[in-house]
Write a protein that binds this ligand. Structure first.
Ligand code: SF4
Ligand code: SF4
Length: 320
């Protein structure tokens, strides 16, 4: 078995991950300074990307909260479907894979944390980490890396999506000086068609997602130009960080931002004044709006969640 095949088998069979792809480090050399593979690991040759599917049972727990008003069920989704468990699981897998490469092949490998943890204070970062000029604060962009490794595409809601699971998976990354056989950037069937679907656009409570055909931003992977929609991250922050009571579920929060599209200054002020929570892992609890991802119909959503009775949201009736 080749080194590439041996490594892939280790990732899939021994680590129990659901998909793996390899991209040359040069695939992301167009990223901004400090966020290119070579900036993180001089001499980097390969980006190893792997996916871990989030179980359907965890996703449906979010529907118990959103559709049945069972607010506590959302904690299951928050803990197991969002940052905490998927991030921790991927952290350890990244470590294992890096260690496996160094031990077995003698090349340097570095695990790259790929999920944003928002337990930062406004002293360090004046805006929530996913907003403002440095909107993507990831060390290495996991979504672009996953596209470069041929695993899926970037959808209109900015989520990484696969044919099998839509947006319902975590992404792990390892950089290494080991050279591998590379997968081609994703070139499969177009998964997201916002003109035909548009569910995320319609469900977004703060109109953060542009209309189909709206503003996009270009980026390059392996000399190919890709487009990603310009989601208004300040607008997303209003809902996903609950700057108004309507987005906070059972928790009490002050109505700090009354507009849907705050300026950086308005968001910065509200963020600095946001009361620190004593009951959360983070200083500022994550409220996870996530409507654009939870109801994204990709990855056989209808068969998994509507036909099974886990959700009453009919994507056929409600889709455009
Ligand atoms: S909800 Fe529809 S338009 Fe939005 S990302 Fe998913 S497939 Fe694309
Ligand atoms: S998480 Fe909510 S507020 Fe943010 S873009 Fe998605 S639907 Fe809109």
């Amino acid at each position: 078995m080749s080194v590439t095949e041996t490594l892939k088998r280790y990732i899939l069979d021994d680590c129990g991950l659901d998909a793996a792809g390899f991209a040359p480090a040069s695939a992301l050399e167009d990223e901004r300074g400090g966020h290119r593979p070579e900036d993180i690991l001089p001499g980097a040759k390969s980006i190893i990307v792997f996916l871990k599917k989030i179980p359907d049972g965890i996703i449906q727990a979010a529907f118990r909260a959103k559709e049945d008003g069972h607010a506590d069920a959302f904690s299951i989704y928050a803990s197991y479907g969002r940052e905490l468990t998927p991030n921790m699981h991927l952290f350890f897998m990244q470590y294992n894979i890096a260690q496996y490469i160094e031990r077995n092949f003698g090349f340097t490998a570095v695990p790259v944390s790929s999920g944003p943890m928002q337990n930062v204070t406004p002293v360090n970062i004046p805006l929530p980490t996913f907003t403002g000029a440095k909107a993507n604060t990831a060390i290495l962009d996991p979504v672009r890396a996953a596209v470069a490794a041929g695993l899926g595409e970037i959808a209109w809601n900015n989520a990484f999506v696969t044919e099998e699971n839509g947006p319902r998976q975590g992404i792990g990354l390892v950089l290494t000086t080991l050279e591998l056989d590379y997968d081609s950037p994703y070139d499969g069937p177009k998964l997201c068609n916002p003109e035909k679907c548009g569910i995320c656009i319609r469900l977004c409570p703060t109109k953060a997602i542009p209309e189909a055909g709206g503003k996009t931003e270009e980026f390059m992977i392996c000399d190919k130009v890709y487009n990603v929609s310009c989601v208004n991250s300040n607008a997303c922050a209003v809902a996903s960080m609950a700057f108004r009571q309507e987005f906070a579920g059972k928790y009490k929060v002050p109505d700090q931002i009354l507009t849907d599209h705050p300026t950086d200054e308005e968001l910065k002020k509200a963020y600095a004044e946001k009361p620190i929570a004593s009951w959360s892992f983070s200083h500022y609890p994550d409220y996870y709006c996530d409507l654009c991802r939870l109801y994204c119909p990709l990855g056989n959503w209808k068969e998994r969640f509507y036909d099974t009775g886990f959700s009453s949201f009919d994507v056929k009736e409600t889709g455009k």
